[in-house]
Structures are given as C-alpha cells and as structure tokens.
Design a protein around this ligand. Structure first.
Ligand SMILES: NC(=O)c1ccc[n+]([C@@H]2O[C@H](COP(=O)([O-])OP(=O)(O)OC[C@H]3O[C@@H](n4cnc5c(N)ncnc54)[C@H](O)[C@@H]3O)[C@@H](O)[C@H]2O)c1
Length: 266
C-alpha cells in the first residue's frame, strides 16, 4: 500500500513504543519522516531512523524536548529544509506519571505532565501547522483517560482531556484550509509506558511483587476482547488511516483503539 506516497510526516516521541511504530507504518505507506524525541533517547531514535530507512523511505532525526518551543521549532524547520513540505503531524510524545490521589499530587509532577502531554502537543501543532500543505492532517494521541477519569492520575487525565479540546478547536480553525485534525485514544498498549513494575504494582496492590502475567490478568478483565493490551501497530494503523485520504472527510473526531475497554458494561 502507498497511502502516504510523496508525503512528509512529523512524529514526536519517535524513539520507541508507539512513536517508532507510527514512523515505520507511515514509511511503509510511502511517507518520509521527521522523527523527534529527547536527546537522552538519541540511540533509540537512531534505531527508529534505521527502521524507517529499511522501508526505502528517508528519515530526518531531531532531538528536542517538546516543552521547549524554540528547540522543537528548530527541528521542524530542519525537516522543512530537508524535505520541503509537511503533510502529516502526529503529536505522540507523552509521559505517564507516578500515581497519587488528586489532592496529594505534587506541583512539580503536575507541571511536568501538563507540560509534556498538553503544552507539548500545543507546541507541536504551533510549530508544524503554519508549514502544512493543504490537504494535510494532524493526529493528536490522547488516551481512554482523555474520555474517562481514573483514580490516581488526575494530572494525566486532565492533560489528555485537554488534548481533545485542543484537537477539536484546531479542527474548527483548519477546516477551511482543508486540514483535518483528529485524536486517537488508545487503551492499554504493550509499551514500556505500562509494562513496568510501577504499573504492575498499581494494577495488583493485592500482591507483594506482581509479575507481568499478574498485571496482564487484571488488564484483560477490563477489556471486551479479552486481551490485556493492544500492540503499538494496532494504534498506528488507526493513525495512518486518519492521516491518509481514506479519511478525507473525517475531522474533529476521537477514534478509540482499546479492545473494548470504554464500551465494557461494569
Ligand atoms: N502505552 C499505553 O498504554 C498508552 C495508553 C494510552 C495512551 N498512551 C499515549 O501514547 C503516547 C505514546 O506512548 P508510548 O506507550 O509509546 O510511551 P513510551 O514511554 O514508550 O514512549 C514515549 C516517548 O515519548 C518521548 N518523550 C517523553 N517526554 C518527551 C518530551 N518532553 N519531549 C520529547 N519526547 C518526549 C519518550 O522519550 C519516548 O520515546 C503517549 O502520548 C501516551 O500518553 C499510551
């Protein structure tokens, strides 16, 4: 398939997890990629670039903290210099913080989470949208926590609910220019964001040292389809669809990829 042939995509949080998967799926569909992540993730970012290049497409890597608008804009400008256009943007970088009750969260963690997940997404569209070609499309990565609350993660839920507000506003502003804006909202996805011992302990407070299998049982029980999590590629497939002309009249929507987590009757 070559649904993104001749197009250029910018992806944040591209060094690993879903960001890498979005880059590779977009390249498999014919896009050249500007892959952005933190300097501390430079080695993983190089692996993403190699994976994109194995598909036959080009990849420009850039290191930036998306909380820093100047740094991010510099990388986006390098992408324009190299490829001459931007057709697709995926605001994917995010953090999933340590949990605490809403009234017990500390101010630094609150600022970090809102700074990356919400202000960083705004920086991403602010840096990219003025350079986008007509007919382009933006996807902001939310979460099922962008649609429904959850105990212990007020900072994450608030930031991701904000992403939906940002996307729906931008969709209104860009429609006349033929630029579409949507969100993709994953449930649990098999990346290091949730496959770690902190999250296992949160999921299984009844066990002293819960294993991945213990956590998987807890997660699977939440989903209609019985799997504990979806794979990064499942989310990337929705991202590619929304960025492609297959979705040419879809804007301002919130697509959920969650194995039935939100739909499950309690
Ligand atoms: N994994 C899940 O279960 C899940 C579920 C719902 C939503 N999400 C969302 O999907 C997106 C991708 O998550 P993932 O699971 O691939 O996570 P991940 O932790 O595997 O990858 C996140 C990437 O973002 C980068 N990043 C973090 N802060 C950054 C910053 N300030 N500037 C630039 N890059 C930064 C990291 O270096 C990393 O490469 C995030 O927005 C996350 O909130 C994840």
């Amino acid at each position: 398939m070559s649904r993104m042939a001749g197009r250029v995509a910018v992806v944040t949080g591209a060094a690993r997890g879903m960001g890498r998967s979005h880059c590779v799926r977009l390249a498999e569909e014919g896009a050249d990629v500007v892959a952005i992540d933190l300097m501390s993730a430079a080695d993983d970012l190089a692996d993403t670039a190699a994976a994109v290049e194995r598909t036959g497409r080009r990849c420009l890597v850039g290191t930036a903290d998306i909380r820093d608008l100047d740094e991010l804009s510099g990388v986006v400008a390098s992408g324009m210099d190299r490829f001459g256009r931007i057709d697709a943007v995926v605001a994917n970088a995010g953090v999933y913080p340590t949990a605490a009750s809403t009234w017990e969260l500390d101010i630094d963690t609150w600022r970090d989470v809102l700074g990356v997940n919400l202000t960083g997404a705004w920086h991403t569209v602010k840096a990219c949208v003025p350079m986008m070609s007509p007919g382009g499309a933006v996807v902001l990565i939310g979460s099922t926590n962008a649609i429904k609350g959850a105990s212990g993660v007020a900072h994450y839920c608030a930031s991701k609910h904000g992403v939906i507000g940002l996307a729906q506003t931008l969709a209104n502003e860009m429609g006349a220019q033929g630029i579409r804006v949507n969100t993709v909202n994953p449930g649990s996805v098999g990346t290091s964001m949730i496959l770690n011992h902190n999250v296992f302990a949160r999921l299984r407070p009844d066990l002293e040292v819960p294993s991945a299998e213990d956590a998987a049982q807890a997660l699977a029980s939440r989903n209609l389809l019985g799997v504990p999590w979806v794979e990064p590629e499942d989310v990337s497939n929705a991202v590619v669809f929304l960025l492609s002309d297959d979705a040419r009249y879809i804007t301002g929507t919130n697509v959920v990829v969650d194995a039935g987590l939100l739909a499950k009757a309690s």
